[in-house]
Design a protein around this ligand. Structure first.
Ligand SMILES: Cc1ncc(COP(=O)(O)O)c(C=O)c1O
Length: 352
């Protein structure tokens, strides 16, 4: 049986969180002489709601989850860092993740002096469930799986992901940053059955709000209250909260963007297929494509020289020769395709 008490770091369990005066008063109206704010320059003179109640209420309705099962942070990177800080003893505990995957997991582990164990994906980018389970030892407090995975762009089978949570005494964190682009369902609905599951999502991708820095973790009330206990008191600023609240009223806009991006992706796949220098386009459940090119280094440089910025993933395990391409708008995608076409006409294909 999963027991949060067994995995939370003892100092975190014992400590008292910072208490702000506004924790004790929930009203919007009043004479606020508690927080040493400046009375002028409303509304920015006031500290934001530390628990972002209004956003959680709206988001909870959309995601069919209780507001107290939601953590909001300065990007999902904040949640990743806090999870490691709360549950992994520096110099002793470990995190298991897949390879290749999102680089911040290792950065957060390294920052927190937490051992980071990488389990390679199979060569077809599927999850090696047995190897992941074998990597779990007593010091492993967190397993992080990114689905759809960055940079491989594929989703994993839900059954395979959840299989790892079963009988695991630590947390299974599933990063669903790209889930809105995938045909697969989010695992949020599984939270009831898996008390050790944490789902990460973000406003940075489908919602078109990378600039406001808002990431989300969904989990049991108990796990969320640990994250709230150790976060900076005002970790999500007023501007971000206001913009997120407006965005949540425009769900249809997000859905239209997703549809459009997926349509653009299908066009991009067709166009890329026609190039001789394209060796392989990996099936994508995200808003980007992982593409294996001949002359990938030369192409990457050529694109940069033409102010077209893609992501060179060729040094990443299992991604030799690959460039990761984000799906842009119609004109951005056209510019990219024209540049690849110009590059291909210039290059001597027999050179390779
Ligand atoms: C898998 C994955 N998770 C999280 C993030 C970052 O999300 P945020 O902008 O919410 O910190 C990214 C960004 O590229 C990502 O690829």
């Amino acid at each position: 049986m999963f027991d949060l008490k067994k995995i939370i770091r003892k100092n975190i369990d014992r400590m008292l969180p910072y208490s702000s005066a506004r924790d004790e008063y929930k009203g919007q109206e009043g004479v606020f002489l508690d927080a040493n704010e400046n009375p002028y320059n409303a509304p920015f003179n006031r500290y934001p709601d530390p628990l972002q109640t209004a956003i959680k209420e709206k988001l909870g309705k959309i995601k069919h989850i209780e507001p107290d099962q939601i953590f909001l942070g300065n990007g999902s990177d904040e949640a990743i860092d806090l999870l490691m800080r709360a549950f992994c003893e520096p110099g002793n505990d470990s995190v298991v993740s897949i390879s290749p995957s999102y680089g911040m997991y290792q950065v957060a582990a390294d920052t927190n002096d937490v051992n980071f164990i990488k389990v390679p994906l199979n060569s077809d980018f599927s999850l090696n469930v047995r190897a992941l389970k074998n990597a779990i030892s007593e010091t492993v407090k967190i397993v992080i799986i990114c689905s759809p995975n960055n940079p491989t762009s594929n989703c994993f089978y839900s059954e395979d992901i959840l299989d790892i949570a079963k009988g695991f005494d630590g947390l299974l964190v599933v990063d669903e940053a790209y889930i809105d682009f995938a045909p697969h369902k989010s695992l949020i609905s599984e939270l009831l059955d898996y008390p050790n599951l944490v789902i990460l999502q973000t406003f940075s991708k489908a919602w078109g709000l990378a600039g406001i820095r808002l990431g989300v973790a969904y989990a049991s009330k108990e796990i969320i209250s640990v994250l709230n206990k150790i976060k900076y008191p005002y970790n999500v600023n007023v501007l971000t909260q206001n913009i997120a609240l407006k965005a949540l009223d425009k769900l249809h806009e997000k859905e239209n963007w997703v549809k459009n991006i997926l349509f653009q992706k299908s066009i991009m796949v067709e166009k890329l297929k026609a190039f001789d220098i394209v060796d392989h386009i990996y099936p994508s459940d995200a808003n980007f494509l992982l593409v294996k090119f001949k002359f990938n280094n030369e192409l990457f440089k050529y694109l940069i020289d033409n102010q077209i910025v893609t992501r060179d993933r060729s040094k990443v395990s299992l991604c030799e020769g690959c460039i990761r391409i984000t799906i842009g708008n119609e004109s951005e995608n056209r510019i990219l395709i024209e540049a690849i076409s110009d590059f291909e006409s210039d290059i001597d294909l027999n050179k390779n």
